[in-house]
Design a protein around this ligand. Sequence first.
Ligand code: F6P
Ligand code: MN
Length: 327
Amino acid sequence: MTTLAHYLNTPTIDPALSDVITTITDVGKTISQLLRKGALADILGEAGNQNVQGEDQKKLDVLANDLLLDALAQNAHCAGVASEELDHATPANADGSLLVLFDPLDGSSNIDINMAVGTIFSILPYQRQGQVSTDSDFLQAGNQQLAAGYLLYGTSTMLALTVADTVVMFSLDPDSGDYVLIEEAVQIDADTSEYAINGSNYRYWRAPMQQYIDELIDGHTGVRGRDFNTRWVAAMVGDVHRILCRGGLFTYPFDTKDIKKPGKLRLMYEANPMSLLIERAGGSATDAVNRILDIEPTDIHQRVPVVLGSKNEVEYVKNLHVQHANA
Ligand code: F6P
Ligand code: MN
């Protein structure tokens, strides 16, 4: 049996990185316990304020955010923290070599209905050790990430992590409190018949995305010549987990619902960490055309359209977009 502690304790992984991952995953145990208590802990419901993106915060979002922030601020290797719930990054220990970004509770509309939610994290190098970190230090492309992962609080708590060339998965043993390795090299099939999209936004999509979904719905009667199946968890962390487990395509595409938002998902603490996991597991992650990991960020909270998952299917979506652009 390999625990997370064993896995991280190897000469090939920077001890600072191991330490920060341990801090995040330890907080994940606490968040997991809070979620297990559910309504009994009297912690559900709106906290009464809104986050940076103008969305209502649930109490647990705030709690998860504060727990992560406090724990990381005390970690000597962490030079700064950026979160979905904070307007600006918070400087931590100037001598630290790492920056951490996180979505403390992804899919928070699922909390009150006892469905899956998760914590997503991304770890970047800190280039100005010895000086106080600011927002601009975080503006690095996803291909610079040193590690990324998520905790999924589902029927059991799982950790997906990439800190080397592979993606590994751990399951939290509720008896021992250890994360136990269950999958050493996650791989996603190149082909799939399963896709995830919020179809209610159809009228706001661009023509190639509408064509793509039309083709999937036509199934064996249309150009694809086979049937496809929809799944939508309404928490990206759940949809990405399913894709790491059995393949598939997930998209939250560009839409015109709100012209200020080119997509719904956030590049730096949702799309980038998930894209690193997906690519390292043999899949692809794009904004429909371009590789997400190569996007140079301009804002820690910027949004991006996302198409990720099984390689051939992501490529198919890209080709449709390129054809439309050239038509
Ligand atoms: O963080 C944003 C998010 O909650 C994702 O986790 C999820 O994929 C998406 O929004 C759900 O969006 P919608 O409410 O449109 O289904
Ligand atoms: Mn989220």
